[in-house]
Structures are given as structure tokens and as C-alpha cells.
Design a protein around this ligand. Sequence first.
Ligand SMILES: [Zn+2]
Length: 454
Amino acid sequence: MNKLSILFAGLLVALFSTGHLTAQPPAPITLVKAGRLLDPRTGNVLSPAAVVIESGKIKEVGPPAAVQAKAPADAKIIDLGTATLLPGLIDSHTHLLLDVIVPPEAEITRRQNGMFVPGLLLAITMSPTERVLLGGHLAREDLESGFTTVRNLGHSGIDGDVALRNAINAGRVSGPRILASGRKLTALGSYIQNLNPALAEPIVQQEFLEITSPDAARQAVRTNLFYNVDLIKIAIDDDITQAEATAIVDEAHRQHLKVAVHAFTPTSIQMAIDAGADSIEHGNGVTDEQLKVMRDKGIFLDLTPTFYGGRFTRILEGEIVMSPAMRSEQASSSERGRKRYDSLVQRVLKSGVKFALGSDMCWFYPGKTRGQATANVFSAVHETSMPPLDIIRAITTNAAELLGWQDKVGAIEPGKFADLVAVTGDPIADISELERVRFVMKDGQVVRNDLASH
Ligand SMILES: [Zn+2]
């Protein structure tokens, strides 16, 4: 053998042995057992239940005796005792990079949109690095409360939600799967007015893409696409044209992105419907006729009863001193809001329109983590007399369809991501159980398990 042949033979041995050493062991298998498993789609309960998980995906679901026989003897077993298993929860409308602290009453009353704008401006002037780290913190709190998937609809700086999504997907940060919309498309002046003209443009551009014409609207979609967003969010407030709205939806659909439209008034809701939007966010002013058209076209209504039943007053009480006048104005406006929302929910249920539920949480809520503040929306919508099974569908199967992720999340079925939560009681009998999630698994990894003593 010459020197070269020896070297070559040596190389072959090295390659062969390296290959041998790095051969992949079979993927670890986990078996999760629980007293009950609720299927939101049918409302059926499997009792007792077991789920086999392999490589972060659900492989098998069924009674423990049948399923266990198919799992290997060395499978890792997680026994949740008598708990009820559900699919991981989905918040289809949130703002993880915004945590508005309500300013004092004098600031609120002397400024246009004084509840929200001071906090928004502070967020815009934060360093993007600091802001995305805030998002990382709130994302972890959301996940710990059982939200394994969220749709983040703006207020993230230029690309903060995309960066956070990527860091979570890479396993560098703990948080839910995120569908990120990047910047909101909106008309100038929709959110902030009376800025210093010398500074206005760079301030607004940190948070919004301005709609000035149909062509500019298409360009705004492409700009968001450059930052690799998952969907497009528009805010319509009777201040853009039909041609602009239609151009946005057309351009987004051409790029295979769904469009979520913030709309409250019947006029702006109609514009979103005519533009061919995929979902109406909030939609408080929707008419019965519009609900019917939305049902026929398959447009989702994403309900956000965030402040129902005096919930905003609770935030205010925790943060500021209110004058008697402000207190009584809050009480009467929350009572008016309660009546309108009760009727909205009844009309939605009757109409047969597809609906999901979003927290729209962007507020600092004293005494609650972001996840706990977000989960508060379940009891809010229940107080409107929405039945628990409808609520659970709105945050699992329905939300998955709204996201276009019905093949990935929202149900405990073979092939879906192993995103599971468990509660100790029966969420159909008491929906507030969902505010006390005891076990969270995302991608087959345990995030939280307060039931570990079983
Ligand atoms: Zn929102």
C-alpha cells in the first residue's frame, strides 16, 4: 500500500466509525394518561384516556389499555391522575410586545385617546431589543397558562413578533407558537394624532405601515413580507377606501397570506367583507345581515370581550386613583357595554357564523401574569351566556381553522403537534377551570406539571 492508499483506507475507517457512532437512537416515546379527555369538536369525553407522543407529534389516542399495548415498554409515562386533557389553547388575537400601563386620570382626560396612546408611545420609544425581551417574558407567561399557539396582531415594532417567533421556534426562548403579522396597515392618524411634525414619520413607521393609495397598500403588504410575516393585519376605521382595502387583501392572498381586519363599525365591517378579508377582529357593530353574509362566505368573526363586565375597571383600580366622576362614568359605560355584548354574542350564536375568541391583551394587569390576564377572557365570554363547549371550540378547533392550521393544532389527534393542557376539574361544568391550567405540554415537551405527584 502506498501512503495515499493508507490515508484513504484510514479515512474510510474514520468515516465508517463516525457514521456508526452517530446512528440515531429510536425517537423517545411518551405516554400521557389522564382520567378524561375532552374532544372539543364533538364534545365527547374519553374516560380514561391515553395519548402516545413521538417526536413532538401525537401518534395515538384511545383508552389506556388499547393504547399502552402499542407503546414500547420503555416509554416515558406521565400520569395526570383524574385530570381532564384538552388540546393546547389558542389565543387568536394578542399583542405580546405591548404592556400598556394606564396613565393617571389627568393624562387620560387631557389627551386624545389618553388611555392607550401614552403607553403606545412609550413602547415605540423603547429600544427594539428591550421590547422583544419584554415579548419573550410575556410569551413564557402565556405558555405557562396553557396558550400553546397565539396570533400576534401588531404593536411589535418593525419585526419584533417575527424575531420572537423565530427564537421560540429555534428553542432559544420559551413561548407559544406565534403567527406574526408584523406591522399593522392603517391610515395615518388612526391611532396617534398631534405628534411633533419633525418626529412624526419615524415614530409612526416603527409601528404602522401607512395606507395612502391602493398601490401603497400593495407595497405595504410586500414590505411586511420582506420581514417574513405569517399574515396581514389591517385596521379599518372608516378612514380608508374600498379600493385600498381590496388591494391589500388581493395582494396578501396572491402571497398566500390571510388577512385579519380590525373593524368595529358596520361601515368598516362591510368594507372588510367586500374586500374578501379572512377574519373580522372585534366586530362589535356587526349587523345581522352582515353576519349572514360572513357565514355564507366563510369569514370568521374573532370576538374580543376583553373588558366585559367591568374588567377594565379592575385594571384601572389596580393602577390609578379615580375621581368619583371617572368611577361613575366607568360603571355606566361598562353596563352599556355589557348589554350590547350580550346581544352580540346571542346574535353570533344564532347566525351560524364561524367564530373564534381573542384576548386582545396588551395591558399590564396588576396581580396577574400575562397568561392569567389572557385567560380571563373565558369567564368574560361565559358571562355573556355563551355555552362552555362553544367557548372551548372557539379557542381550539375553530381558532385552528381561523389560523389555517387545522392540520397542525387545535385537536388531540394523530399527526398533530403534541400540544396538550390539563385541568383538575370539568371545564364544561366550570369554564373557570381553564384559568387554572395545571399541565402544559408543547411539542411533546412538558412546560408545566402541577399534577406530578400523581
Ligand atoms: Zn388588538
